[in-house]
Design a protein around this ligand. Structure first.
Ligand code: ADP
Length: 425
């Protein structure tokens, strides 16, 4: 194996850079050249006529007079032009047979000079380039979603671009959407290994995802800071953290900060119930209670007329306005009373993107180190279509399709016992 590529896709997560660095170090150990793909799958899908012409001319020469393979190559040309629609034959045997030989770029820098259009798509990642980015948050390679990638013809163009630059394997760092993309690439003949990079920890097959621990640490730090003011003013606080479909950030933050109430997407809840619990805290003399709510938890809330409730109590509100951390605080204020029967001031903070902006924690950096190394080793052993994860504290790998299958049962993996403990204690 002479050349592999790496990309980051989906939402950015602390530790993505560290994983890229680990891939680069492991590749360098085996004299494998590493190419970085810019902006996720967007970086591989350029449909460039000049490159395709050169690719098919070169491939024809390599194949020589093998009629069967020439027919397959002609079908490949037709497929990538779009004239076959999405239903084309399996090109894997052809691409595997000539792996490395359809490469147009013995020297990658030469390739970029010849095809400068690709300069914004691919970069060479040698150790010197990457060592400085290991502890930086965000992703040096950039990330973006890529709608066009859902089209199989576009994906095929991606596989051919990678093949043309001699890439024999791809490391994809992202969430379950990105894993789906990686599987599709494998089906078209580009071996992929995936690393879970998402702060939400919303992947059922693994205990931890890259970025999750860092995000929780940011939240814990923020809640501690917020609590200083809660204590000083005797004011409860609603803190919204990230987690669209998964309440792990909220739950772990609540556990680590001793928050009194946690609200997550996995468990149905009602405003009245939360108010009752908060009122109990206040009646017991705890005026500084913290409510941690995951951003996706509003979806699992019992219906509540936010507009009607607030307008009736003299709070300016817009018709149709839905619940938010801010509105939840306003409502709780009007449902909770102090010992003088006065409403209790409840404040709110949405932590938002700060959760993604920290340097990776020791845990995430160490996981990135192991995962990056494992990804290169798997590709070198011709293991493809697999994803790396953590089970019982150990790094492991499993087929992507099996990992994705577990997503249907993701809610079953939520730690309900810990959730109950936070809300009961
Ligand atoms: P995440 O990887 O964080 O879950 P997304 O769900 O947005 O983020 O997925 C990232 C990208 O992966 C998408 O923009 C798309 O290019 C690709 N992708 C997602 N689902 C599929 C799919 N079913 N088939 C092919 N590509 C997909």
């Amino acid at each position: 194996m002479k050349r592999i590529a790496v990309l980051t896709s989906g939402g950015d997560a602390p530790g993505m850079n560290a994983a890229v660095v680990s891939v680069a170090r492991s590749a360098a150990l085996h004299d494998v050249r590493l190419i970085g793909v810019i902006r996720g799958y967007n970086g591989i899908i350029r449909q460039d006529e000049k490159l395709m012409r050169a690719f098919f001319a070169g491939a024809k020469k390599v194949i020589g007079d093998n009629e069967e393979d020439l027919d397959m190559l002609a079908a490949l040309k037709k497929a990538v032009s779009g004239s076959m629609g999405g239903a084309f034959p399996d090109f894997r045997p052809l691409l595997n047979k000539y792996q490395g030989q359809f490469c147009l770029a013995n020297d990658f820098d030469d390739f970029l000079r010849k095809y400068p259009e690709f300069m914004g798509d691919f970069v060479s990642l040698d150790l010197d380039t990457v060592l400085d980015i290991a502890d930086r948050p965000g992703t040096h390679l950039r990330t973006a979603r890529c709608e066009a990638f859902l089209n199989p013809v576009v994906r095929l163009a991606g596989v051919l671009n990678l093949t043309a630059i001699g890439v024999e394997g791809l490391v994809v760092i992202g969430g379950d959407g990105s894993f789906n993309g990686a599987t599709r690439l494998c089906e078209l003949g580009m071996p992929c290994v995936a690393i879970p990079g998402t702060i939400d920890n919303d992947l059922a097959y693994t205990e931890m995802t890259l970025g999750y621990d860092t995000a929780v640490n940011v939240c814990v730090q923020a809640v501690r800071q917020i609590r200083a003011t809660s204590r000083s003013h005797d004011r409860p606080h609603v803190v919204e953290v990230m987690g669209r479909a998964c309440g792990d950030i909220a739950l772990r933050t609540a556990v680590a900060t001793g928050a009194e109430i946690v609200i997550v997407p996995e468990v149905p809840w009602s405003v009245e119930e939360v108010a009752k619990k908060l009122q109990k805290e206040i009646a017991g003399g705890n005026y500084r209670a913290t409510v941690i709510v995951a951003e996706g938890a509003y979806e699992s809330m019992a219906p509540f007329d936010v507009y009607g409730f607030l307008m009736e109590r003299g709070k300016q509100c817009y018709p149709g306005e839905t619940i938010s951390a801010h509105r939840l605080a306003s409502i709780l204020k009007r449902l909770c009373y102090d010992k003088d029967k006065q409403w209790v001031e409840v404040r709110s903070t949405v932590l938002g993107y700060t959760q993604r902006g920290e340097s990776p924690s020791a845990y995430d950096a160490a996981f990135a180190f192991e995962a990056g190394n494992r990804a290169v080793e798997l590709l070198r052993k011709n293991e493809e279509n697999v994803v790396i994860g953590v089970k019982e504290g150990r790094v492991f790998s499993m087929p992507i399709f099996q990992a994705l299958k577990l997503q249907d049962k993701r809610k079953d993996f939520f730690n309900r016992r810990l959730y109950n403990l936070v809300n009961i204690l």
